[in-house]
Design a protein around this ligand. Structure first.
Ligand code: FE2
Length: 422
């Protein structure tokens, strides 16, 4: 090959294919939504779908184009104010509880904004971007995948406020009569083990550094806690017994009148659940979802067990080779565990609360600049969830992944797996 020609053609961008597929998936998720669906904000914790679509686009403008594309002018000077989430270093922003006030720009205009930024990123990558720019595009893609899951959980919360219980997508026929297998304990010896991201492939800063930690001998349930088991907790008075609850959790039970998981509904003695497929009969064999840390902890106490630590969870997942799903799965409701030996449902059903607070690993250091605000500043008052859910995009989950929420939050696809000391 002529060496001059070889130098003239930029190397293919590793981030380009990821960027194209992630951006297309967001458009796919938005397809069933009208402008009103995408604009309303159902609570301060949730954001309008339109905001998710615009904020993830703003992230590429602020973190990539304005830094690495010479001469790039922002699509609109007002969009940084509207669609900055929490980056203090990138200027003032619309208060989070008032994101639903942004009735304009319309959903169509946001899709035009997305197309504009898509074209600019693709031009940048096709021309041969620096490794730093490639790395930031990759981060932007993983950031957008997080918002894809939030878009679904926030739409579910919004649609659950509607007395008509609309379906985000019409349900696929559900398997009937499938019972959950009996739960079994899997034992682990413990000792000094290594956890954390090993540097191969993408990982968020908070997943590392990989480090040693001490685990005492323990047992982990081979499957998730089911709706039937949770119903037994409800019927045994679990929500009325203060001895099962953390003090803050008990205060929340009383303040909010909690008596069952979010989205459960009792009608004429039958239990239903609001889902992305609309109101559906509660599947007793499926994993319980939409419970807070406080509820998960109380259930574990009632069951004579406890929640695993995040180190126990990760050690179990890696030592038994549990792999996240890599192919698209269009399911919008959790499904029962298969009747097979070994560790089941570690990924792809519901996130699993652990008893570990979200704190920095030993030798963790925040990145310089705005990107350092991504995770580090949230390391207070939140608990780690492990695994992934049915709403997690394919390719986004891994054993070292640390999701985190405050202990009273229950609108995510959050459930639990029991552990006990050995
Ligand atoms: Fe974000």
């Amino acid at each position: 090959m002529n060496p001059t020609l070889a130098r003239a053609v930029p190397a293919p961008s590793p981030a380009l294919a990821l960027f194209a597929s992630v951006r297309a998936h967001s458009a796919h998720l938005a397809a069933p939504l009208g402008d009103a669906d995408a604009t309303v904000q159902s609570m301060p914790d949730a954001s309008p779908a339109k905001w998710h679509l615009a904020h993830t686009t703003w992230f590429f403008e602020a973190m990539v184009l304005e830094r690495f594309a010479p001469g790039y002018a922002p699509y609109s000077p007002s969009f940084s104010y509207l669609f900055n989430s929490y980056y203090e270093t990138l200027g003032p922003r619309q208060p989070r509880p008032r994101r639903g006030m942004i009735t304009r720009p319309s959903l169509d205009e946001i899709m035009a904004y997305r197309a504009h930024v898509d074209a600019a990123i693709e031009r940048l990558l096709a021309a041969g971007a620096s490794p730093e720019a490639e790395e930031m595009v990759e981060l932007g893609c993983h950031h957008e995948q997080q918002h894809q899951e939030l878009l679904l959980t926030d739409i579910l919360h919004l649609f659950a406020q509607n007395p008509l219980h609309p379906a985000y997508r019409e349900p696929a026929p559900a398997a009937v009569g499938h019972e959950a297998p009996e739960a079994a304990w899997i034992g682990f010896e413990g000792g000094i083990v290594e956890i954390g991201h090993d540097g191969a492939g993408f990982g968020y800063d908070c997943e590392g550094p990989r480090h040693r930690t001490l685990i005492e001998p323990f047992r982990l349930s081979d499957r998730l806690v089911t709706n039937a088991e949770w119903l037994a907790f409800v019927e045994a008075g679990g929500y009325r017994d203060p001895l099962l609850w953390l003090s803050e959790g008990w205060a929340q039970v009383n303040a909010e009148g909690w008596a069952h998981p979010l989205y459960w509904l009792e009608r004429d003695g039958l239990w239903w659940s609001m889902t992305l497929n609309g109101l559906q009969p509660l599947d007793p064999a499926a994993p319980v979802a939409h419970v807070s840390y406080f509820e998960a902890d109380a259930f574990a106490a009632w069951a004579g067990a406890r929640l695993p630590t995040e180190a126990e969870w990760e050690h179990a997942a890696t030592s038994l080779g549990a792999l996240p799903p890599q192919t698209p799965d269009a399911r919008l409701r959790p499904k029962p565990a298969e009747d097979a030996p070994g560790l089941k449902q570690m990924f792809g059903e519901v996130w699993q609360w652990t008893r570990s607070p979200f704190t920095p690993y030993p030798r963790f250091a925040k990145a310089e600049g705005a990107v350092g605000e991504y995770n580090g500043k949230f390391m207070c008052g939140q608990f780690v969830l492990r695994g992934s859910s049915l709403a997690t995009p394919p390719g986004h989950a891994r054993a070292s992944y640390r999701n985190f929420f405050q202990p009273d939050k229950r609108w995510q696809f959050s459930g639990l797996r029991l552990a006990e000391d050995a």
